[in-house]
Design a protein around this ligand. Structure first.
Ligand code: SF4
Length: 315
């Protein structure tokens, strides 16, 4: 069934203002749609709805190229939300705790840093106890997590800096600041870069920012949303800004946490499992992989024999 005459909730992810969806009347909240698949160019989304059944929408990009890009991003975010349910990866609502949690996680496996963070909390149940401790005392509960000397020094330096700024080890006063000022203060703390600052802002201050961690960076490149410009292929500040600008504020939290889930589950650094990935048709790498599999010549005994001389001539 095609999309003509089908109503579409404005709060889904297509609207005439954004994607230029053709011939669709809109009604509010009469139906709940579920994305069940997508195709590449021209961009289509296949939806399922209890009232209208399954149907497809085409998004036209003649005059709305930016809108179509946004629609693709939102389609990815929506598919991931369906699958991973915005799981927040044990991040904290208290901003100072969140910063400690992230400092504990540096180059450490998740199970390990969660354990050392719990040990840190047991040893220093109140923040003023932590602020009064030496780096050596802070290092004790971190021992099993690796890099414990480095982490304890960072935590101590952070406490000293916060006491100097606010009289105690807290980040609560940042709530009153604008996003820009909040980010500037956080990145001025020892060892806090833009990614960590935005994580604290996203998880603890509910700011609409998009931290780009290793999973987000890898997957955004594979999706074809961004290309590394630095020689070492790492995410630069400009890349982070570009990605954040491209992602609608309403989807930044969801996309960030669900890309981490996807990166741990299917889109791993080595051997991504594109065949079972819900984004396969929206992903540049996923589409390339399925195209190359479809175009593989059928390997019969005859063409295997014909191919043999070529292989040996290469050696
Ligand atoms: S299709 Fe493959 S490369 Fe693309 S996001 Fe999924 S697992 Fe990663």
């Amino acid at each position: 069934m095609r999309g003509e005459g089908i109503s579409l909730t404005r709060n889904l992810f297509f609207s005439t203002q954004v994607g230029g969806v053709d011939r669709l009347t809109t009604t509010e909240a009469t139906c709940r749609y579920r994305t069940i698949g997508t195709s590449g160019e021209p961009f289509s989304v296949f939806l399922d709805c209890a009232v209208h059944g399954s149907f497809s929408l085409n998004v036209f990009d003649q005059h709305h190229r930016a809108g179509v890009k946004e629609a693709k991003i939102v389609a990815v975010a929506s598919l991931l939300q369906d699958r991973y349910k915005d799981f927040a990866h044990y991040n904290r609502k208290n901003p100072f705790e969140e910063l400690l949690f992230i400092l504990c996680s540096v180059q450490t496996q998740e199970s390990n840093y969660r354990r050392t963070f719990r040990a840190l909390q047991r040893r220093f149940p109140r923040m003023n106890l932590l602020a009064g401790a030496t780096a050596g005392e802070i290092a004790e509960p971190l021992r099993s997590g690796g890099l414990y000397r480095h982490k304890s020094r960072r935590i101590k330096q952070t406490c000293v800096r916060l006491i100097g700024a606010f009289g105690r080890a807290t980040l609560a006063p940042l709530r009153a600041l604008t996003d820009k000022d909040c980010e500037t203060f956080l990145t001025s703390l020892p060892g806090v870069g833009l990614k960590v600052a935005r994580c604290v802002m996203l998880y603890s201050f509910d700011r609409a920012v998009f931290p780009v961690d290793t999973h987000c960076w890898r997957i955004c490149q594979r999706l074809g949303w961004v290309r590394a410009v630095s020689k070492n292929g790492k995410c630069t500040r400009a890349d982070m800004e570009r990605l954040q600008q491209a992602i609608p504020p309403r989807w930044r939290f969801s996309l960030h946490v669900n890309l981490i889930s996807l990166g741990r589950d299917l889109c791993t650094a080595n051997n991504p499992k594109c065949k079972t990935c819900p984004l396969a048709q929206l992903c540049r790498r996923g589409r390339r992989q399925s195209d190359s599999e479809e175009n593989q010549p059928v390997r019969t005994n005859r063409n295997r024999r014909q191919a043999a001389p070529n292989r040996s001539s290469c050696i």
